[in-house]
Design a protein around this ligand. Sequence first.
Ligand code: CA
Length: 534
Amino acid sequence: MTFSRRDFLARSLAASALAFAPFERLAAAVRFRSEPFQLGVASGEPAADGFVLWTRVAPEPFEPGQLGTTVFELEWEVATDRDFGRIAASGTAFARPHLAHAVHVEVGGLAPASEYFYRFRLGRYESPVGRAVTAPAAGAPAESLRFGISSCAHYEQGFFAAYRHMAADGLDLMLALGDYIYEGSWGARRVRLFDVFDAVTLDDYRRRYCQYRTDPDLQAAHAACPWLVTWDDHEVANDYVGFTSEHELCGGEQVRESFPARRAAAYKAWFEHMPVRPSRLLPGGAIRLWGTVDWGSLARFYLLDTRQFRSPQACNPPPTEMRCDSVAGRKLRPGGTGGGGRVDPAEPACKAALEDPSRTFLGEEQERWLDGAFGDSRARWNLLAQAVMFAPLIEGSRESPRVRTDNWSGYPAARERLLGSLARHRVANPVVLTGDVHAFAVNEVENARGQLQAAEFVASSIAAETTNLAAQQPLNPRMVYQDSEHSGYVRFDVAPVRLRADIVGIADMRDPRSGRETLASFELVPGDPRPRRL
Ligand code: CA
């Protein structure tokens, strides 16, 4: 993900030579009724010589189209001090209507392992100041890395106190592991409401991101340090895989035809609001999400896309047995039989479907890429950033065990291939970072032959009604810890000789001023995949 200064200059020249579309016009004077930087600033994807800077010109975030076809030229500055006395890099970027006036600036030419501050300017308007850091130089023996993982932020179900505490933690990096937004409105005790009940169109998803980004705690978290972002289902729709929605099996032609358009809208809005490299948005609207980020020789992150290329969940009943009702012109599933489910893994037909080796979780191309990235890793710690529970998870009871078809337990052959790849390349100290379940968990990950290969840390939600893993822990002896009471995040302090994980719980997600507490701490030492409780 690194690129040289020469590349950077070439790209800047290419960008400034960019011709505007015939309908676009460059703003002559800049005057708005309200602040254009209401959605804040963000940085992401740190490399040894730079990072991505993001902002969006949105003086009226909930009045789409208000800026029309105008193009704005923003100035950006990166400095080594918060007062911008020592400028390290600066330039201009165009905010254009086809990306909702978002900008993604790839800054290069900076010093490795350094702290920077950045801001944007548009006419007389100045953005808030953000803080970013660069990674250590390739192969450099970095001594420390401090990062946090987050997942599942349902805006309606809680406030974002967890993000506020993460922002205050002095982190080098924050990782979002999926369900950064929720497409749908639900929950028994909502503390605030979405303006769009169910996001379907591009305009809906943009409004959703605007609602999230006007939250002061989330905005502070983005300004605090660079983020690495992967996704799960709710960035688009519950339990979708590939081009298949959970409603698809209801047989509604209208639904079948509209889901690819809905997914494209959701992906575009995601790109417009995330601090990611412009190259991630592919022609045709797909997103290239996967990639590695290196932290010197200390750590390598593998960002995985576990939705876009996946085979459909196994063992769903045939469409004729499903209950499909039409609500507001869309098919819904009150019975809950499409998408993911909980199934008996020993039932013969289902067992054959689950274990079919042709089923994939990452898609062939991403699997091949990951195998190559494992093969050339020299990192001490190898950290897989991904969305759903990786370790085998048995639910139900001893008498009638169940597995969930939407996580890796629903794709056992794909999981074994990944574990086989880790073993074949003798990847040092693999650690899986996970979200999705709305509860904290720490797992020892074993392969099908019972060999321990990795540790897994599962972050609870930033804000979402919790799931009860306590009932399942006795069925899963490799689950060495769970907390089903708290929302929150996991904070990691990584050094060459140990990795420490603090499980940070939020006392009350319904209180925006809620305090936090460390619920438990674990340590890993090189060469041993068993997390030790401190
Ligand atoms: Ca999820």
